[in-house]
Design a protein around this ligand. Structure first.
Ligand SMILES: Cc1ncc(COP(=O)(O)O)c(C=O)c1O
Length: 384
């Protein structure tokens, strides 16, 4: 079986925010969804479900939960009880519910900027206190955790460590020793971990994703892990994600926070998830090869043609984090590229401290589209 990731699919008439937000001549390389068709096995399962014709409320104890349990075991050697799985309409919903469940007014949520934008407002949404332990970047553009900074950021009132694993936008796939140390620091302070692992399956060949909650039983008991097929199989508009909460008490608090506020997923999202987890692996393997080539092509192009830009080497995700300071584009380089190159990128400062002067580029698209975007950026820089 082979898949044509080179195919250009017109998305403008498909209610796509990515493709409809900017003027038509702007190439959108911002929002984190990909420009590829979902796997055929997912599309076929959806067609079959649609043809059934009855769209009643979805059940929680479905085939989808069983598919998730099998997938976690196969993919991460993580044995999860089906009871521990809570379906949700989104991962952002999930970490906000976690903070509603665990963080009181004035209490702390620790995050590691630069990080995915909604992390920045999670504490505020519960009238809590955001506690930033900024990541550090070395001369090669590689990010890591400064343990002194992290230790100094924990406060007595820190209730939740909101981890991004793998990390958007810096592309780190945290190693076992890093995750063990994060877990250790949280455990000894009694701080719960909420781990956003939406990019877990999008990891390149040199790295391996480890769910922090799978490290050991004690850590698992203190962790809410959030996952989804949405990034992996390119079905984010179907709104199906799930939390893994092995600790009964923690799960009770989470479910109480959810009650009457948000629902579960919808039947089509659940159908897509079950098919993707059961039968999507060959497609995913092919996708990862394609994305890894896109990543390498982006790095090579920037090195050769835009040497004033510096790209962090992503170990996972389909997002390139690019330092534009050397090009002298000021604090808002995305604006320059939108106006002068007609390419839409994410503005680095959206990701909080340490993001100023950076852009985030989504390389989850056909190679010809990627090269067109990069070429437009090169020409805009050269034409200044
Ligand atoms: C780290 C991270 N978490 C969550 C999301 C969004 O998840 P959802 O659409 O399920 O709320 C994204 C999307 O870019 C993301 O990068």
């Amino acid at each position: 079986m082979s898949w044509n990731f080179d195919e250009i699919i017109d998305r403008r008439a498909s209610d796509s925010i990515k493709w409809n937000y900017f003027d038509e001549d702007v190439l959108p390389m911002w929002v984190a969804d990909m420009d590829f068709r979902a796997p055929d096995v997912v599309i076929d399962a959806l067609l079959k479900r649609v043809q059934h014709g009855v769209f009643g409320y979805a059940s929680q104890e479905t085939d989808t939960a069983a598919a998730v349990v099998d997938y976690l075991k196969q993919q991460y050697a993580w044995q999860v009880d089906p009871e521990a799985i809570v379906f949700l309409p989104g991962v952002v919903v999930g970490f906000n519910l976690a903070s509603h469940a665990l963080v009181g007014e004035g209490e702390g949520v620790l995050i590691q900027p630069p990080v995915y934008m909604p992390f920045l407002t999670t504490a505020k949404n519960v009238s809590g206190m955001r506690q930033d332990a900024q990541l550090v970047c070395d001369e090669y553009g590689r990010y890591s955790i400064d343990w002194d900074v992290l230790n100094a950021t924990f406060e007595k009132n820190t209730r939740m460590f909101l981890l991004c694993s793998p990390h958007n936008p810096v592309g780190r796939v945290w190693t076992r020793p890093e995750l063990e140390r994060v877990a250790e620091e949280c455990l000894r302070r009694g701080v719960a971990i909420c781990s956003d692992e939406i990019h877990a399956d999008l990891v390149f060949s040199e790295s391996k994703h480890i769910p922090i909650g799978a490290l050991d039983h004690e850590i698992g008991k203190q962790t809410i892990t959030l996952m989804a097929p949405s990034k992996t199989f390119n079905v984010p508009g179907l709104y199906c994600s799930f939390a893994v909460i092995p600790n009964k008490d923690l799960r009770k608090k989470f479910l109480a926070a959810r009650r009457g506020v948000v629902g579960e997923s919808n039947v089509l999202g659940m159908t897509a998830a079950a098919a993707a987890y059961r039968e999507g692996r060959p497609w995913l393997d092919a996708l990862l090869t394609y994305l890894q080539n896109n990543r390498d092509s982006t790095e090579a192009f920037i090195r050769q043609n835009m040497p004033d830009l510096k790209m962090t080497h992503p170990e996972g995700t389909y997002l390139a984090w690019i330092d534009c300071h050397g090009a002298g584009l000021g604090d808002n380089p995305a604006e320059f590229f939108k106006n002068e190159a007609r390419v839409a990128l994410n503005e680095g400062s959206w990701f909080g401290a340490g993001g100023e002067g950076f852009v985030r580029l989504n390389f989850g698209c056909p190679r010809s589209m990627l090269m067109e975007g990069l070429e437009r950026m090169r020409a805009a820089l050269a034409g200044r």
